[in-house]
Design a protein around this ligand. Structure first.
Ligand code: GN1
Ligand code: MG
Length: 371
C-alpha cells in the first residue's frame, strides 16, 4: 500500500509532534516494513523523525514487539549512562503517545511507530571499506554485550523459532511438497543441494538443544544496513531495526552479518559467478565482533561463529526459496523471480563458504585466542 506524504506526516501528530511544514523521504532497503524519514519545521525550528508502518503479516504480535523494544532500549540507555556515555544518538529513542504507548494502532493493516532520526548518519547496503565494517562488527558485538545481563524471561516470544534452521527448512520442504503455485519445477537442483547439506545446517541447533551453546539476547537481523554509520568518522553509532530482538545464539548475529556484508556481491545478485565470501571483509567484521564479545562468550560459542555464517546463509536460501514457492507473501519483491534469484544467490554463497570454512575458523580462532 502506498501512502501520500501528507498522510504519513499526519501520523506523526498522533505521537504529539506538531509542524507547520514537512518533507517526507521513503527508504527502500528493508524487505518487510515501510520506512519514511519525516523532516518537519515548527515555529522556525527543524526536527527529523523516522516513521515506520509495521508489516503485520510478518509481525503478528506488534504490541509484544514494541514492549520488547521499550525494555531493551531502556536497558541500553541506562547502561550507557552508568558508563558515563551520553546515550543520545547511541540507542534508538521511540516517541511515546499521551497514553504512554510507543505505537499507534490505527487498524489491523496500519500499525505505526516513530523514533528520532539520528543526524549525520548513513546506512550501507554493501560493505566497501573494511575499516567501517570492523566498526560495524564491534557495534553488533557490543549490542549483545550491553544486553548480556538483561533478564531474558522479560521478553515476549514474538518470533518463535526465528533462526531455528531445521524448523525453517521443514517449512521449505513442506512448501516443496505442496507446491501451491506450481513453481517447484524451477528449483529441483536447489532442493537437492539443501537436502544434501542437512548435516551442516542442523548442527548449530543441535548445539542449542544440547545446552552447549547458551541463549543470549540477540538482534537476529544484523544486516549491514541495520546499523547507522557516522558520515564523517565511519564509526558505527547505533544499531537499528530492533523488531527481531529475542533470545538467540551469538552465532546468529555473527552469521547473519557475514552472510550479508562479507558477500562480494549483493544479496540478490543473479550472476552467481560474482557471488563469493570475501575473506578480507570476513576478517574485518570478525575482528570487530569478536573483540566486543570475547570477554563474555564461552570458547564453544566463539568457536561456533563460523558455523553460524554457513547456517544463516543456508537458512536464508531456504527462506527465500520457500517464499518463492508460496507466491512471495513474505518478502517485498521487485519482480516475479526476485525470491528465486535471492535464494539461488544465497545458496551459491553458502557453497563458497563451505570451501572456505577452515580459513574462516582459523581467522576466528586467531582473533579469539583459541587453539
Ligand atoms: C528481512 O527487514 P529486513 O530487510 O531488515 C528479514 C530478515 C532477513 C532479511 C534478508 C523480520 O530483514 O530475517 O534476513 O530480510 N526480517 C524478517 O535480507 O523476516
Ligand atoms: Mg528487519
Amino acid at each position: 500500500m502506498n501512502y501520500d506524504s501528507k498522510r504519513i506526516a499526519s501520523v506523526l501528530t498522533k505521537f504529539g509532534v506538531a509542524y507547520d511544514s514537512f518533507r517526507v523521504e521513503t527508504f527502500h532497503s528493508g524487505h518487510i516494513n515501510s520506512t519514511h524519514r519525516v523532516d518537519i519545521r515548527c515555529k522556525g525550528k527543524s526536527d527529523s523523525f523516522v516513521l515506520q508502518r509495521i508489516n503485520t503479516y510478518v509481525f503478528r504480535n506488534p504490541i509484544g514487539i514494541m514492549e520488547n523494544i521499550d525494555k531493551v532500549t531502556c536497558h541500553i540507555r541506562e547502561k550507557l549512562i552508568s558508563e558515563g556515555t551520553n546515550p543520545e544518538g547511541r540507542v534508538l529513542e521511540f516517541l511515546k503517545r499521551e497514553d504512554g504507548t510507543n505505537y499507534y494502532f490505527e487498524d489491523d493493516a496500519n500499525f505505526w511507530r516513530a523514533y528520532r532520526y539520528i543526524d549525520n548518519t548513513i546506512t550501507y547496503d554493501q560493505a566497501g571499506d573494511p575499516e567501517v565494517l570492523r566498526n560495524a562488527g564491534y557495534s553488533f558485538g557490543l549490542f549483545q554485550k550491553q544486553l548480556c545481563d538483561f533478564p531474558m524471561s522479560e521478553l515476549n516470544d514474538t518470533l518463535p523459532d526465528f533462526h531455528n534452521t531445521p524448523v525453517r527448512m521443514k517449512r521449505f520442504f513442506d512448501a516443496c511438497e505442496k507446491d501451491p503455485v506450481g513453481r517447484r519445477k524451477k528449483i529441483e537442483k536447489e532442493i537437492a543441494i539443501l537436502e544434501e547439506n542437512r548435516p551442516i545446517w542442523s548442527k548449530l541447533e543441535e548445539g542449542r538443544v544440547s545446552g552447549k551453546l547458551p541463549l543470549r539476547v540477540t538482534h537476529n537481523d544484523t544486516k549491514y544496513n541495520n546499523i547507522l554509520i557516522d558520515k564523517d568518522t565511519g564509526e558505527a553509532v547505533c544499531v537499528i531495526d530492533l523488531d527481531t530482538v529475542t533470545p538467540g545464539l551469538c552465532a546468529y548475529d555473527f552469521g547473519d552479518a557475514i552472510r550479508f556484508s562479507a558477500n562480494s556481491a549483493a544479496e540478490d545478485e543473479p550472476d552467481l559467478s560474482k557471488v563469493s565470501l570475501d575473506l578480507d571483509l570476513y576478517r574485518a567484521f570478525a575482528e570487530g565482533f569478536i573483540s566486543a564479545c570475547k570477554d563474555f562468550c564461552t570458547p564453544e560459542e566463539l568457536d561456533s561463529l563460523a558455523l553460524g555464517a554457513l547456517t544463516m546463509t543456508f537458512e536464508l536460501a531456504g527462506r527465500f526459496l520457500e517464499d518463492y514457492l508460496l507466491g512471495d507473501p513474505y518478502f517485498k519483491t521487485l519482480h516475479d523471480e526476485h525470491n528465486l534469484e535471492r535464494g539461488r544467490s544465497q545458496l551459491a554463497l553458502a557453497l563458497d563458504m563451505k570451501t572456505k570454512f577452515d580459513q574462516m575458523q582459523e581467522i576466528n580462532r586467531g582473533i579469539a585466542g583459541l587453539k
